[in-house]
Ligand binder design. Sequence first.
Ligand code: GAL
Length: 494
Amino acid sequence: MKQSILFLLALLYLQLTAQKQLPLNEGSPQIHNATVVGNYPNTELILSIAATGEKPIRYDAQNLPKGLKLDEATGIISGTVTERGNYTVKLVAKNKHGWKEQDIRLAIGDTLCYTPPLGWNSWNVFTKDINEKMLMEIADAMASNGMRDVGYQYINIDDFWHAESRDSVTGKPVVDPAKFPHGMKYLSDYVHSKGLKLGIYSCAGTKTCGKCFGGYSFEEIDAKTYAEWGIDLLKYDFCFTPWSKKEAVERYTKMGTALKNSGRSIVFSVCNWGLFKPWKWAPQAGGQYWRTTPDIFDIWKGGKSNIFRNSMMYILKRQNRLAKYAGPGHYNDPDMLLVGNYGKGKATSWNGNFKGMTDTEYESHMSLWAMMAAPLLSSNDLRNMNDCTQTILTNYELLAINQDAKGEQAKLVKKKRGVWVYKKELSNGDIAVAVLNTKKKHDFFRLGFEMFEGDKTYTVRDVWKHTDMGINNGCVYSHLDAHETSVYIFSKPK
Ligand code: GAL
């Protein structure tokens, strides 16, 4: 009896306090950039000031190091810094309602991806059906739908951009002229003009997984050509290659080194599906992040005997023991996001056999990937997404957890009655906590603070409801729908 009254009271409280995130293009500015950004010296740097609030916004960047300039109307910082070092830059955004400033550290040195990359990839949703026009539209969408304003940057082209073969004289890679009539440099110029970055895909073997030409033995010429094309990220696959750890380390080191010497800051995404434990060698090979599993499918949970068991939950479970390998500049990659595909993704629905996930399940997927400091690469059609998908992808309070400078991957700290609790320590001493209901029925969960070792009193913020829950002593109660995840920030009261 007592329990059900408590339950009803809590439900009432949640109803009363439920509140949406302020629309991205309303009110005074807020800045969402990661607080540490890395780039190699003497290579092009492109960085958008990520700010939400009513447009027009005027941007400012104070104390920019020599070699960089800001476009005040667009908020795009670009140029080349020669001197290695750490530069504190003050980003400013102003509109008719007010202004906001945020210090960030530009670290010009040997590290990229101090925080996990935020972006988009073509594979899950489009597979081989990509072309220049569509990718330009995707860039337009990211620049105008709020995603760039909350920090998304990368537009990554996956497999099937290739011509039939390389240039027979120079050995250089060549793009499919029907799909990319103006060439790759034209597309990268366009993407960069929007303050975004362009990624590409290749493979450590003689062919890609889609049987286009691969990078085997062409590593230097490919890395140089990608740099000439203005490419900012390379995802490197593992088909058609000799199958051993030694070979994997060699091939990835060869490409990692070639990219490092290419004259551009090109992020290196190691994609060998977790074979030979890449978390142990990929950072030394030059990788900023590495896949930990086979490809993800648009399904909450597959059966044990099901060969398509690579569901969201299966992949999630496989990350639990890998938390210690993540940190600034090197992250586990549990594969792309499925948010907003609803079983329509060409690569992830297995010819329509998977009906996709519900919005609640996509919210959980997003929450858990953000908590795990995973690269957040959406792979839905950005030109055409519903409000719910957009709200999930642009929850900037959640993205701030993902982008926290400490780079910690959340650890699974408790499992009780099918409810799993993940904890991620943040650089300012706060604690982010996700509470996942893995069950098919709703639950009412008591989250006791004893798991935080010592402290019993916190102010709590609900990251999906965008509400402060006040000062809480000893515990908070979480009402969770089936497969729902709540995310909280716990701070010591000031
Ligand atoms: C797979 C990879 C996918 C996608 C595909 C392209 O090996 O895991 O993410 O890149 O190849 O053929």
